[in-house]
Write a protein that binds this ligand. Sequence first.
Ligand code: FAD
Length: 435
Amino acid sequence: MIINNKYKRKNTSMKEINSTEFDLEVLQGGKVILDFFSTECPPCEALASKFEDLSKLYGNDIKFLKIYRQQNRDLAEKLGVKSSPTLLFFNEGKEIGQRLTGGIKRSDIIHNLDLMLPENRLKEIKLKIKPSVSEYDVIVLGAGPGGLTAGLYLCQSKINTVLIDIALPGGQVSTTHEVSNYPGFIEPQAGYLLSHNMSEQTKLCGTVYKVAVDVTRVDLEKKEIVIDEYETVKAKKIIIATGTTPNRTGAIGEKEFKGKGISYCATCDAKFFDNKEVVVIGGGNSAVEESDFISRFASKVTIVHQFEKFTANKKAQEKLFANPKMNFIFNSEPRVFDKDGDKMVTEIENLITGEKTKLVSDGVFIFIGMKPNIELFKDNLKLDQWGYIISDENMQTSISDIYAVGDVTSKKYRQITTAVADGTIAAMAIAKELN
Ligand SMILES: Cc1cc2nc3c(=O)[nH]c(=O)nc-3n(C[C@H](O)[C@H](O)[C@H](O)COP(=O)(O)OP(=O)(O)OC[C@H]3O[C@@H](n4cnc5c(N)ncnc54)[C@H](O)[C@@H]3O)c2cc1C
């Protein structure tokens, strides 16, 4: 609630309402953006400064309203608002645009606001956007375990640090079902909780967060990063901690059915396959471990792997072979993903015989490895043959004052513990230099 009082004092174009005012303020209120928020909600905090900033730009034309979800549950339920924050947009009583929730980006809010105004007015508003520049000692790009640990150590060394992420903090751990190998916890930890705790620890220390932003440009030589097109962030040193993204199979239909039958995240989607049949593509640690997790929900899991044996660790393989819900197809790759009504149809090819078979299932999960997230800055950095960043024992890259940590670096083992260790090393090396 303190957050809202602050808003009221600072900015008259922003106002908090309750459900009894909804009709008057929203349905009869002209052009409105309405934020359902909660307290103790990190994504709501990440949204707050963007909401306030945009209210200064658009506030003369569009009403910026906030409503506390916990105290207005009935209205939230009536409107189908299920999570915080959720942004709704209304024009003359009608909801327009796409509802936004989770790690909400400034560009997505602007897209919806722009739907409500004529072009000449938009031009005037955009002219008011003033580029801004801020300076820090260190920018950490990427807020997974590697970046968060670097942020924590730097902050505790009193080094002025900003963490920038295109998503909410937490990295891959936040979408991992359970983590049982992170030291210090006797019981397995839910991935979202472990990453939440890491993030809160770093934030509490005082590290500045700029998350759920668009990273527009990265200049490693000048040590400048432009976010959301108008905000330049400069630093003496940069730590790259951008992790990896899942590889695609390249089969026909993969892009088309992503999120519509094809998933890359068991934690996020396995629960939707209760008593259903699923196909998993892959045979490494992720594929084998996540298949076991999916089998808690699904009635049948068919794993398709390109080699004659799995490459996952032996213990995980033994568990999988003993699981009666599992079916195994080796030496095969997917060629086409298609739909037949509600069913996914996966055409696979046997790499030895060339024979093609169609597997009908309720959904497909793909776990075939990762690629490093380096698109915006790969040109001048020394990379290994797979495109991972080469760094030395202090995590320093081939460019001076640029460090790289975690999964994005060239290394043999990619785990939370190894990312955390890299983040520690880079931060300590930087702290020594800057102090
Ligand atoms: C399904 C699954 C299960 C796993 N289970 C375990 C396990 O049980 N135990 C274990 O130890 N490890 C596990 N791992 C591996 C572990 O999650 C990673 O090793 C670890 O998260 C790496 O941390 P990181 O900080 O290097 O990168 P990430 O966690 O990938 O974080 C990178 C961050 O950078 C951000 N980013 C990306 N591009 C940009 C950009 N251009 N600008 C700004 N930010 C950007 C991303 O949004 C993300 O927040 C698992 C991985 C997966 C996929």
